[in-house]
Design a binder for this molecule. Sequence first.
Ligand code: APR
Length: 320
Amino acid sequence: MARKKIALIGAGQIGGTLAHLAGLKELGDVVLFDIADGVPQGKGLDIAESAPVDGFDAKYSGASDYSAIAGADVVIVTAGVPRKPGMSRDDLIGINLKVMEAVGTGIKTHAPNAFVICITNPLDAMVWALQKFSGLDPKKIVGMAGVLDSARFRHFLAEEFQVSVEDVTAFVLGGHGDDMVPLVRYSTVAGVPLPDLVKMGWTTQEKLDAMVERTRKGGGEIVNLLKTGSAFYAPAASAIAMAESYLKDKKRVLPCAAHLTGQYGVDGLFIGVPIVIGENGVERIVEVEFTAEETAMFEKSVNSVKGLVEACKGINGALA
Ligand code: APR
């Protein structure tokens, strides 16, 4: 059986980490694409030279021509610019929207049947624009945000409770901005919901609120520490989990920015919700019940995404 082909558009910090993880997990052969000539080739060769040490088989190539992504099974998009201290994800919209136009055209021409995962920020608007520019079936394109935001929340919770990260589950929904919605009621330690753990004295409501807030600002915390760019290890790991679920038809239930057609009262936007990812792409959208407070938080987050999408339409008339 031929190996799967994974195309990475953008060979920067996240792109390079994606390429390494895809090899370590033997998900398939990897094509790195970037406009910075030499970078995708160099990273590809460097990782290929690590393969004998780690013992994995995968072919690596680098390219600056979209024909190289032809026939890709999965395309992961990180092309664009990351934010610097003092910037919000929304500040990237002008530059990254232009990049999505070029990437969308490349995918449309060379890999129209791929499962596409967008990581470029501001995520919920960029994945929406990428779907428009590429013309992809909305079930074959998702944005990576919820897995990352949930992983950040899980890390903070595991540290607080001094338990394995494996036994902490969390759901963070909504847009990938500071008003994202960490769902405390649906987050657990070995199946025990967080509000019950507060009652059991494992933590206090104040500490839980602080962890929710730290999760919302999690990306900014890393940007402030790195100063020259944004997070890349956890974003790459998150997108690889999504790619793996598609490639192996695992049907994992993961929070991702998915195209909604009425679910959660949203139509025509990409918003972070729990979905099932399998061989057909987005196989199911899971609609959980919200309390009035959760609904208010979710609606606020949806409104922020709506604002960004409107801004995209204002910048590029073809999207209106
Ligand atoms: N086509 C292809 N690649 C491009 C293009 C383009 N039109 N424009 C920029 N790039 C490449 C850059 O050359 C760079 O190598 O995208 C890469 C981006 O890499 P980094 O600057 O290292 O950024 P990274 O940390 O990987 O983040 C990428 O993901 O999380 C988001 O906010 C983040 O939008 C940012 C994206």
